[in-house]
Design a protein around this ligand. Structure first.
Ligand SMILES: [Cu+2]
Length: 232
């Protein structure tokens, strides 16, 4: 018998199998302010999903976010550390498990702000939101989208035009890459991202380097530019 097997069996013998199961729960360090109710609710969500949270109340949770290299615009109310990754905000336990299983080269995950309907932010409605993967250069990409399409479309109806710089136009694919400001209706911080356009004709007269105003929304599940105009 190998030594590792022996020690596990010895543990099981000494404490019974439930102790073994508890020992397997990943420890996650959570830094939050004492008064934060939704942070506590998120911690309960972690416990209910097999994590072992170790909570520290601190004056400035954002210090921990900064130390972990999660950009300011992705900030939320608490920062956690697990398996060498930072977890910013109300990230669902399922995505943390996926992160720990897939082990991408990244700083961690973030749900910016405090979207209603995310774990710990249960409320009167469920807003759509994205879980972002933050790579080692601090760049964010969508890791998983949560939310209801119908509500996203309703939010999009009132979407304001957002400033952006055109980085690339791909007429054949019907795509445009924009460095854009915050898209409030999609809960997306400013970033550089390739979007589909609703109609290929929208790309006529637009080229890399142009300053534009646009709005985007979910169309058949894909984030799509629905309005695009040159900034004057
Ligand atoms: Cu919160």
């Amino acid at each position: 018998m190998k030594r590792r097997e022996f020690s596990l069996l010895a543990l099981a013998g000494a404490f019974g199998l439930p102790a073994l199961a508890r020992a397997a729960a990943p420890v996650i360090e959570v830094y939050k302010s004492e008064a934060c109710g939704c942070c506590g609710a998120w911690v309960e969500h972690l416990k209910a999903n097999g994590f072992a949270p170790r909570v520290t109340n601190v004056d400035n949770p954002s210090d921990y976010r900064e130390r972990a290299g999660i950009p300011n615009q992705l900030g939320s109310c608490h920062t956690a550390l697990v398996g060498g990754y930072a977890i910013e905000g109300h990230v669902p336990a399922a995505e943390i498990k996926r992160l720990l299983a897939e082990k991408p080269k990244a700083r961690g995950l973030a749900v910016p702000g405090m979207p209603l309907g995310s774990p710990g932010m249960e409320g009167p409605r469920k807003d759509p939101y994205d879980v972002f993967l933050v790579d080692r250069s601090g760049r964010a990409t969508v890791y998983k989208h949560y939310g209801q399409e119908v509500q996203a479309v309703q939010a999009g109806a009132a979407a304001d035009l957002v400033d952006a710089e055109v980085k690339k136009v791909d007429r054949e694919a019907g795509k445009i890459t924009l460095r854009h400001g915050e898209l409030k209706n999609l809960n997306m911080p400013g970033m550089t991202m390739a979007f589909r356009v609703r109609e290929a004709a929208m790309l006529d007269g637009v080229k890399a380097g142009d300053q534009v105003k646009f709005s985007a929304d979910r169309v058949n599940g894909a984030i799509t530019v629905v309005q695009l105009q040159l900034a004057q």
